[in-house]
Design a protein around this ligand. Structure first.
Ligand code: BGC
Length: 713
């Protein structure tokens, strides 16, 4: 039976703006993505994006200084595979189109779009375009064009070539991408049915090939007759970076559709979430999970761009978003992908060691704040490189993966080294200082997750995470002594890490009774919220950063994120802390609300938890941030899963035990989630007055449910 909440159509959306729809209905398979363009419109935002395929350019600074990031890395927008041209019997292009319907099926991965296409006389036909990406061989896309006359009858020429001169847009919004005009295309028409182009970037020296095959011909003539339809298929190919394409063994459209359907069926089998009592929410969650998986590089060489493969926003860069917002979902549902995301970090470890040296830190690795190739691409270090916490975020993701999978092999081969090199960074980056007559280990001039506060001393989140990173390294050194020795760890270094972790300073305000965001945060005036007009949000687009930094104002969860991750402060303190930071948070980042929702659920603020969640769940579907046209907010897609599972579902691993607390919102009758845990597949069903756990396959498991430990079979 078809599940109504596993598809979406334009009727479910509030905006029909073309570039917004291109994002919402984009398709991807981790390797490449295709925006859902109108096929005849030559939109400047349409095109194909390949994960990890970027061009570099010099970052130009007015005033340069030692160690600044040198090169931009910009994901390249490649020709649009949907694009086609139709010409009428007088050689005139059908140049008008109107979208009639569009829907995306999350159970098959099939996108179905119908347009009314007209010639200059206003005579038209209906074009239905079906698009689906292969998932097992991720270089392939199937496109099926079906044409049905409305009031145009007679000859039509369908012309399908790569359009390599699509227009580009320039903008001052830092969240958008810069334009790339340094590509070389070598076009080859193999025969009348196949065309291939090789694309080379001038500076990053990357290349790939795109091809398409049209069995009825790249330029085909057909005649439209009443009550008749014309159908033809296009099989498109997008090679791996520096790879070649196999044009001789192309699958058929039906085979691609079957491959995609099999993939999504298995996916839902292992990862489904069902909320009873709110269909539109259920649909939003299914959409989010569908797009999250589509966005994710699965090969260990690529990662998750902040906007996925749905748009060029943030230039296709990978951020801490992966570790803190997206990888939790994979760790608990598809650990293989979570593992490959960490392997990507491992692949840029050497680059990150170099970065640490550039920053004057003599040991360890510093991962770049935003990057594709491992080198720092952030030209604004106060909200870029200074977010050193990314190192500990990576360590945290490794810990999560390890807890959920118990994969010792991976820890020996990759995990330990990454945790060690990040811990070494903290050890050498920080220094002892006297605070309240005690020697404390401090980190100076850092930026926490909240980008509205920069270059401060002892950011609580950073210090708490660094403490965790060091302690985790110590635990792993004890667990894998032989491997640790091979990596150069001595007993002295191990003890030094333990001592530093114990001495790390965590700012706390005695009078307020809460953790303090950093050494100076509470001394600053609170941002004048009452006199800030609504249209001046997000603040980053209306105020100089230095204006923002002078005030207590948060872009996103910072101290509260640490509270969420560590679950280590009393309920009373958490309530106070939540209340304080909520009042100064703008949620100008889409990474904010999910954490506020999950924490609210944990402390029993039911309505708040629900309201924040509703905005989180539908961020892109209601275009909450106003910029979904640039690409999906993928961290938020993962954040919505996190809120449900860790917030409402209270799921975490605590003291070595899978732990669950039922915080079901009043608005829902039931919540069912599926997760994997140490080789088992579990279904957890939360009801208003009970929590059921089914081990679908795997060994019995002790779980703590609402404070009581029980073994489930
Ligand atoms: C947020 C960062 C995030 C980046 C990419 C920014 O607006 O403040 O935390 O990493 O977007 O999503």
């Amino acid at each position: 039976m078809k599940n109504d909440t596993k598809n979406i159509s334009i009727h479910d959306l509030q905006s029909n703006e073309p570039s917004y729809l291109e994002t919402i209905f984009s398709l991807a398979n981790g390797h490449f993505g295709i925006r859902a363009s109108d096929p005849i419109a030559n939109s400047s935002t349409a095109g194909t994006l390949v994960n990890g395929f970027y061009e570099t350019s010099d970052i130009t600074y007015g005033e340069v200084a030692y160690g600044y990031a040198k090169k931009n890395q910009t994901i390249v927008k490649l020709p649009d595979l949907r694009n086609i041209k139709f010409v009428d019997d007088q050689q005139r292009a059908f140049d008008q189109s109107q979208l009639i319907s569009e829907s995306l099926d999350f159970e098959t991965g099939l996108l179905n779009s119908t347009y009314k296409i007209s010639n200059p006389d206003g005579k038209s036909f209906e074009l239905n375009l079906q698009a689906v990406l292969q998932q097992s061989n991720d270089e392939v896309i199937g496109l099926r064009y079906t044409i049905k006359p409305v009031d145009y009858f007679g000859k039509v020429v369908g012309i399908k070539h790569f359009n390599t001169d699509s227009a580009t847009q320039k903008s001052d919004d830092p969240r958008k991408s810069r334009t790339v005009d340094t590509l070389t295309y070598a076009k080859k028409t193999i025969d009348g049915q196949q065309e291939l182009i090789e694309v080379t970037t001038k500076y990053s020296q990357m290349s790939l090939a795109m091809a398409m095959s049209v069995s009825t011909g790249l330029e085909q003539v057909f005649s439209l007759q009443p009550n008749q339809t014309v159908t033809f298929d296009v099989i498109g190919l997008v090679s791996k970076i520096n790879g070649i394409l196999d044009l001789d063994n192309l699958p058929k459209f039906e085979e691609i559709l079957k491959d995609s359907t099999d993939f999504w069926q298995e996916f839902w089998q292992n990862s489904d979430i069902e909320i009873s009592g709110d269909d539109s929410l259920n649909q939003a969650i299914h959409y989010n999970l569908f797009q999250l998986v589509s966005s994710t590089g699965r090969d260990g060489k690529t990662n998750i761009p902040a906007k996925g493969l749905s748009g060029t926003g943030y230039e296709g860069h990978y951020f801490w978003d992966t570790e803190m917002y997206m990888s939790p979902f994979f760790a608990y549902t598809n650990p293989e992908i979570a593992k490959n995301l960490i392997k990507y970090r491992y692949s840029v470890l050497d680059e990150s060691k170099k970065r640490a040296r550039t920053l004057g830190v003599k040991e360890g690795a510093l991962f770049s704040w935003r990057t594709i190739n491992g080198q720092e691409a952030s030209a604004y270090y106060p909200a870029g490189t200074a977010q050193y916490h990314i190192d500990a975020d990576i360590a945290y993701a490794i810990d999560r993966y390890y807890k959920v999978t118990d994969d010792k092999e991976f820890m020996k081969n990759y995990g330990l080294e990454l945790v060690l090199e990040t811990a070494r960074f903290w050890k050498n980056f920080g220094s002892y200082s006297e605070i309240h007559c005690k020697k404390r280990f401090c980190f100076f001039d850092v930026t926490g997750p909240d980008e509205y506060t920069a270059l401060v001393n002892n950011n609580y989140y950073t210090n708490r995470m660094a403490k965790f990173n060091l302690l985790f390294a110590v635990d792993l050194i004890d667990e894998f002594p032989k491997k640790a020795k091979e990596l150069g760890v001595s007993a002295k270094e191990r003890d030094q890490m333990a001592n530093i972790a114990a001495a790390i300073f965590l700012p706390y305000d005695q009078i307020k009774g809460i953790n303090q965001q950093d050494d100076s945060s509470f001394k600053k005036p609170v941002w004048p919220f009452e006199t800030t007009p609504k249209e001046n949000y997000p603040l980053l687009l209306h105020y100089h950063p230095l204006t923002i930094y002078r005030y207590q104002v948060n872009k996103q969860a910072d101290t509260l994120l640490a509270d969420f991750l560590f679950d280590d402060i009393s309920h009373d303190q958490l309530v106070k802390e939540y209340d304080y930071y909520e009042k100064i948070t703008t949620h100008d980042s889409s990474l904010s609300r999910s954490i506020f929702s999950a924490l609210a659920a944990r402390i029993g603020l039911k309505q708040k938890a629900y309201d924040y969640f509703m905005a989180t769940a539908k961020t892109d579907l209601i275009d909450l941030q106003g910029n979904s046209a640039d690409g999906l907010h993928v961290a938020n897609l993962g954040g919505s899963w996190l809120t449900i599972v860790s917030g409402f579902g209270g799921l975490r691993v605590k003291d070595g035990l899978l732990t669950i607390d039922n915080h079901l919102p009043d608005q829902w009758d039931k919540l069912a989630i599926r997760i994997k845990y140490q080789g088992r597949l579990l279904e957890i069903v939360y009801r208003k007055d009970a929590t059921e756990i089914h081990i679908i396959h795997g060994e019995p498991l002790p779980i703590k449910v609402d404070g009581i430990e029980e073994t489930f079979k």
